[in-house]
Design a protein around this ligand. Structure first.
Ligand code: FE2
Length: 424
């Protein structure tokens, strides 16, 4: 007897199976004949573990146009604009915007998010707000908070002190932004500092690292060395890493080995970086992405992060990790069938590994969280970015949507009901 069975769905590896759920746990996977409190028919649909976003800024989300738009479209104007907004945004406003975003996320099957939270201002209202959001969404969505010194650990007057205060308040992850410190040496010192803090406190580490087109911005090297020194391994992540796009190929051949040796993971953010990077180029314009396939070939775990939705840096966005993977697939030219399928794995399993999520997946014993998509397989999901027909979090159905078939009545063609994802 199960509480819930998701019947006949196609799993990401192509297996057709029923998933039996008891309480908040997956109890069995296979051909199940047992009774259930409820049966959800997923025949012909893709059943996947939930989407995971390892890089977001929830304190700024859904604030587009406040107090004005980013006219230049650059990273630096975005940071300046956010510097104005964070001084006028109230805790309630940030909580309400973030909860609305979490509603969007949950409806799309995005059930775990790592958000960076700006720890620059002395009032730390963003930290207060995001801790409240984390508490409110905890029954259905895993929220990890990164104490993030947006204006620089040393460049802001109380940057380091406020980051420590945010960790004491309850942030889960130590952040940093070495390329924004005053000098390369200060950036390197900031990395030594935050890696030590993470190691001493037993926390995760996630660095905005070299989000720049400068081929000589080489903090990734220092980050990898510090991760190795402290043995942080996959508890550490480098976000963005866009300088690697512009670096000399010989140097990158050394750097990739250093990153692989460290065991750290990597989080490119294709939607935001394809719009922010290359802004100082005329033509040819550089792509705003690190070397994804090259890192994966070295055995480095690489996910796709979303970074921003409707905020000072990015004027679009939906909360759909399939949009993120779709853009990443294009910009990184991951068009081989195996690479396209991997892009789906990146926004599910690989992102879960990056966030160090426990009990993630569709095996018996895993937490009963999953999403039913109106697509036949992962690559089709990327192509269509289809409706999420059902989202289950911890054994509870939290979102449902009717299948949106088209009733066709074309002259000279037979009247049919066209299910969107069937080709041919
Ligand atoms: Fe970011």
């Amino acid at each position: 007897m199960f509480d819930l069975i998701v019947k006949g769905g196609t799993l990401p590896d192509g297996t057709v199976a029923d998933i039996g759920i008891r309480g908040d746990t997956i109890a069995a996977v296979g051909q199940l004949e047992a009774e259930a409190g409820r049966v959800i028919d997923a025949t012909g649909d893709l059943v996947a573990p939930p989407f995971v976003d390892p890089h977001f800024h929830m304190d700024a989300t859904l604030s587009y146009g406040l107090p004005r738009v980013n006219a230049s479209g650059t990273l630096l104007e975005g940071i300046a604009l956010w510097g104005e907004l964070r001084e006028i945004a109230t805790v309630d406003e940030m909580v309400n915007r973030a909860l609305t975003y979490c509603d969007w996320a949950a409806s799309l099957g995005l059930l775990a998010i790592r958000t960076h939270v700006d720890t620059t201002p002395d009032h730390l209202r963003g930290v207060e707000a995001m801790l409240e959001v984390k508490r409110r969404v905890a029954p259905y969505l895993d929220l990890q908070l990164v104490a993030f010194p947006q204006d620089g650990l040393y460049r802001a007057a109380k940057g380091r002190e406020n980051l420590i205060r945010a960790l004491d308040m309850g942030c889960d992850v130590v952040g940093g932004i070495p390329h924004l410190e005053r000098t390369m040496e200060a950036g390197a010192e900031s990395l030594r500092d935050v890696a030590r803090i993470a190691a001493e406190r037993g926390l995760l580490l996630d660095i905005h690292c070299d989000e720049t087109d400068d081929p000589l911005s080489r903090h990734v090297e220092t980050l990898a060395a510090e991760v190795t020194r402290h043995g942080l391994g996959a508890r550490a992540a480098g976000s963005h890493l866009t300088s690697m796009h512009s670096m000399d190929n010989y140097y990158v051949s050394k750097l990739l080995a250093l990153i692989a040796e460290s065991g750290m993971t990597a989080i490119p953010n294709p939607l935001i970086n394809i719009t922010l990077q290359g802004r100082h180029d005329t033509f040819p314009k550089r792509r705003g992405l690190t070397r994804v396939k090259e890192m994966q070939a070295q055995g480095i775990t690489v996910g796709w992060g979303q970074d921003c939705v409707l905020d000072p840096w990015y004027s679009l966005g939906t909360g759909d990790m399939l949009d993120v993977a779709f853009m990443g697939l294009h910009v990184a030219q991951m068009t081989h069938p195996a690479e396209m399928a991997r892009c789906f794995t990146m926004v599910t399993e690989h992102n879960a590994q990056i966030m160090n999520l426990a009990d993630y997946g569709l095996a018996p014993g895993c937490r009963a969280s999953l999403v039913v998509l109106d697509a036949g397989h992962p690559v089709e999901a990327l192509r269509l970015r289809p409706d999420r027909l059902c989202v289950i979090s911890r054994g509870k159905v939290i979102a449902e949507r009717a299948r949106n078939d088209a009733r066709m009545a074309l002259p000279g063609r037979p009247a049919t009901v066209r299910r969107r994802h069937i080709t041919g």
